[in-house]
Design a protein around this ligand. Structure first.
Ligand SMILES: Cc1ncc(COP(=O)(O)O)c(C=O)c1O
Length: 426
């Protein structure tokens, strides 16, 4: 059978759930799920709309597509129309449909989110990896892109799609507006489609700017977004895509229509009705998104600083809720402990210290880079009650240090356990 492996993020999540069910004390840094409660306006709306039971258009209702086009026009400072918008079962379904519908091979950063490569495999596409600039905090480097592109063409590949993701999973950084511009202009020069995964765009930390390549290359940039991250609604499965306003965009709409119509028909009717409110620009919801993002920023920055002070460094987080440290400088000591790859390292931390992480290899990274992805989103928000409590304890004037020390006992335990492990290496 030609089936891709199950998503490593879902596998680790199930493993941790089983360990929790067996009474084991595991600190879950393996799963990137934003854990804030459903906003009360949205839960009330879902209840109100629950009796809606008819099938809806496969690409989303006209009213939802219209609200989405206004929402992202404002957030991205661009001018989209309703006809450019698609609504899918999470952005994954839209990514799959676009990769399936566009011919050619895929240029993919190393490292990058797990599902791009499994979608490539499902659609029979070749992946061409290009390195991010590790010595420069994983910056986008056009020389690396150009070199991967040329080598691939030389070997007979046909790169036609570039996938970019900013803010980024697994590194937890935004690419600078200048880098996005250079990559967009480079892609235009090569006539590539850019699949721009902007699912974390509204989880960009204050002082940093999210920039879409659609600003520089609207003709062939496809934007992906949704409700999973900034409103913690991953399980509601609402994804959106914004296509170019041209003939190719229209062809992709009809291709998506036939894929969605053949496989899942439509996003559930009560969810579509409620998503209209989520994308309406309601000021309470907007404020809630900013609050949740600020809490992610404080928690992730705190863990970053604490680990850095113990010698475990990673790029400074500027969006989303991830850190991507490397243990490579301790490779010799780790080898003596029988740890020869990031997979060994991840297993060792789980078995010996009760810390669940994902190895860099899950993101297409080389195992000997000894990188792990740490997600801060679950810590101290494991249950709905804890998540509500963290939210309730926060206010915009709070001292971030006190907020962490007074309301984040599991984060403290994580740092202590990691400290014990690092002590063995230093
Ligand atoms: C980079 C990235 N893109 C897309 C997704 C999936 O989003 P959705 O829930 O909209 O399918 C995730 C989820 O982890 C992600 O990290």
């Amino acid at each position: 059978m030609n089936s891709p492996k199950a998503s490593p993020t879902l596998v680790i999540n199930e493993k941790v759930n089983a360990m929790w069910a067996a009474g084991q004390d595991v600190l879950h840094l393996g799963f990137g799920e934003s854990r804030f409660p459903v906003h009360p306006i949205l839960s009330a709306s879902l209840t109100e709309n629950v009796s809606r039971r008819s099938y809806l258009p496969a690409i989303g209702t006209a009213s939802l597509r219209s609200v989405v086009s206004n929402f992202y026009s404002e957030k991205l400072n661009l001018n989209f129309s309703q006809e450019q918008v698609l609504v899918g079962v999470g952005s994954k379904s839209l990514l799959f449909a676009m990769v399936h519908s566009i011919e050619g091979d895929i240029l993919l950063p190393k490292p990058s989110w797990v599902s791009y490569s499994s979608i490539a495999k499902l659609t029979g596409k070749k992946i061409i990896r290009f390195d991010l600039d590790r010595k420069n905090d994983f910056a986008l480097n056009i020389d690396y892109l150009e070199s991967a592109y040329r080598t691939a063409c030389h070997k007979g590949s046909n790169p036609k799609i570039l996938i970019l993701n900013s803010p980024n999973n697994p590194i937890g950084i935004c690419f600078s507006p200048e880098m996005i511009e250079s990559a967009a202009l480079w892609a235009r020069d090569k006539n590539l489609f850019i699949l721009s995964d902007e699912i974390y765009s509204l989880v960009t930390y204050k002082e940093f700017t999210h920039q879409s390549p659609a600003h520089f290359y609207p003709e062939k940039t496809i934007i992906f977004g949704g409700l999973s991250k900034h409103l913690s609604l991953g399980g509601w499965r609402v994804g959106i895509s914004i296509l170019p306003n041209n003939k190719e965009g229209k062809q992709l709409v009809s291709s998506f229509q036939s894929i969605a119509g053949s496989i899942w028909s439509c996003v559930p009717a009560p969810i579509q009705a409620t998503a209209e409110l989520a994308f309406s620009g309601n000021s309470d919801i907007d404020h809630y998104i900013q609050t949740c993002t600020e809490i992610h920023r404080i928690r992730t920055t705190f863990v970053h600083q604490a680990l850095s002070s113990m010698g475990l460094t990673s790029p400074k987080p500027t969006g989303a809720f991830y850190l991507y440290p490397s243990f490579k400088k301790w490779a010799n000591k780790l080898e003596k402990m029988g740890i020869n790859s990031c997979n060994d390292l991840s297993l060792h931390l789980l078995d010996q210290f009760g810390i669940a992480t994902l190895p860099g290899s899950a993101f297409g990274d080389d195992t000997n880079n000894l990188c792990l992805r740490l997600s801060t989103s679950f810590l101290d928000m494991e249950t709905d009650e804890q998540a509500q409590d963290v939210l309730d304890r926060f206010d915009s004037g709070i001292n971030p240090g006190l907020f962490m020390s007074d309301h984040h006992p599991r984060t403290k335990t994580f740092l202590n356990r990691m400290g014990e492990f690092l002590y063995m290496l230093i």
